[in-house]
Write a protein that binds this ligand. Sequence first.
Ligand SMILES: NC(=O)c1ccc[n+]([C@@H]2O[C@H](COP(=O)([O-])OP(=O)(O)OC[C@H]3O[C@@H](n4cnc5c(N)ncnc54)[C@H](OP(=O)(O)O)[C@@H]3O)[C@@H](O)[C@H]2O)c1
Length: 291
Amino acid sequence: MKVLVTGGLGQLGREISKLTASSEHTYIYTDVRADGDVVRLDITDSAAVGALVQDVDVIVNCAAYTDVNKAESDADAAYKVNALAPAVLAEAAKAAGAMLIHVSTDYVFDGESNVPYTEDAPKNPLGVYGRTKLAGENAIIASGCRHLIFRTSWLYSNSGKNFFLTMAELTASKPEVKVVEDQVGTPTYAYDLAYLITYIIEENLLDRNGVYNYSGEGVCSWYDFATEICSQLGHICCVIPCRTEDYPSPVKRPHYSVLDKTKVKADFGLEIPYWRQSLAMAVKEYFSLNK
Ligand SMILES: NC(=O)c1ccc[n+]([C@@H]2O[C@H](COP(=O)([O-])OP(=O)(O)OC[C@H]3O[C@@H](n4cnc5c(N)ncnc54)[C@H](OP(=O)(O)O)[C@@H]3O)[C@@H](O)[C@H]2O)c1
């Protein structure tokens, strides 16, 4: 099989790349800029997408405009990458008879619930990022292409810009750090989601179709997550809980974004690691990278 991965330099793309290094299938990694084995492909360029997708069996779209704050003042760019480009990928996938595996977000929900969101719970994104990601999902579904959409939350890894690495740096360098405790959700180690996606491809479970939630197991606040990061790294820092309003932000964020994973576990026969266990794996990797 030939598999095209977009966003190959991002957190998720890099984890998929590591996991497929010895696969018997052909994986082509692309991103908006070329780097090493990663080929340049701007997913908003429909001609370039059409040319590359022609003979692929699976497209994994890890590319996105992920800066939630910046998206508020850069809505056109976010819309192009998160909404228009998935539509382009979907049309190309349909023409090639390929499966499109796409990644979306808990930010399609407004966070007003107090029970985990099922896949078909009402959507009501609070900002530009969530609205553009929801438009991307809808375009893929409307295209009629074969698709799997995985909504995830609080993604982190040992590369790129994410909460885990930010807290690792802050708790190492500051005596105290304030973190919001009134936003609750579940961290997702990018490796775990990459594992699911590569498992589906490698085991040829490509007869499934639809939208699935995927995050770590369990529930915590950003404060709990930061406290655990600090503790597992052995840093001496006082993590202090604060409220969302203490951190002025251009965008409203959901207070509750826990995803119900019943469907993904049933359809893929999956056990999802508890978020603290996944964090322990990330911390182990962090130490090996920062010896
Ligand atoms: N990060 C989270 O907390 C989170 C939470 C929920 C869902 N998600 C979703 O999970 C998926 C993976 O996220 P991630 O954290 O791995 O993202 P990421 O680290 O930001 O990686 C995204 C990659 O896409 C690239 N990209 C941007 N515009 C592009 C374009 N026009 N053409 C091709 N590539 C382009 C980015 O390049 P540049 O860096 O140069 O822009 C980056 O390398 C995304 O769909 C995201 O929406 C993420």
